[in-house]
Design a protein around this ligand. Sequence first.
Ligand code: DGL
Length: 262
Amino acid sequence: MSQQPIVLFDSGVGGASILKEIVERLPYEHFIYLADSKNAPYGERSPQEIINLSVKNTEYALRMNAKLIVVACNTATTNAISYLRTHYQLPFVGIEPAIKTAALNSEVKRIGVLATKGTLSSKLFKQTSEAFTQGIGVVEVVGKGIVEAVEGGWTSEQNFLDHLNIQVQAFIEEDIDYLVLGCTHFPYIIPQLEQLLPPHVKIIDSGRAVAKQTETLLMENKLKTSSTHPGEVEIYTNVDNVFHLKQLTKEIPNAVVRRDDF
Ligand code: DGL
């Protein structure tokens, strides 16, 4: 039983989509979310840079007395989680593209994955993809400029829609029936993707699975809070985007957004 916080981190505002799912599932826990927007996007960085940034975020989380860390970023998970698990004692939950679910459910046996370059080129992603997509066609597209648009708050602009439309053509041409969102920034563009893709394409992300895994690890490690009151939800950003983050997290009860350097 622990009243210490669960700390989540992402390269920026994207992981707030995961925070929402986890707060819904574990409302009595104390959460701290770190939006490392100063260093976004991680997706175009080298594996070593992604490890270094993940270590920096982990050190900050430890100073905040974290009992468990959720790496709310596919790029950081696929490139750095094994390093973090080897070098730190506390439990880590990661997020990976939900290709297994898509592959199991696809009727046409063709699925799409939209993710960052860092995720799609990682060893972990390749291993997972090989293990779960035997006999399934996988159309991989590196999302370009999407993270920047979600960070900057211009995803409703026509220019962005035109740019996104070019990127989803490969999914339309290959006639996929499942699209896996392999980046935590991308749930914020689901309405735009639904507008551009044929209506039979189902869009899935890993938010719920991560929330479930977080609860499982808390139980296994006897770290669940004994509180029966809604917990604090503190969100920290290291650039001047407090207003934007407040908008993105307005549905999360108790969420408070602050600026800090980390
Ligand atoms: N949100 C992150 C992810 O899930 C990374 C985006 C980026 O910084 O490139 O992959």
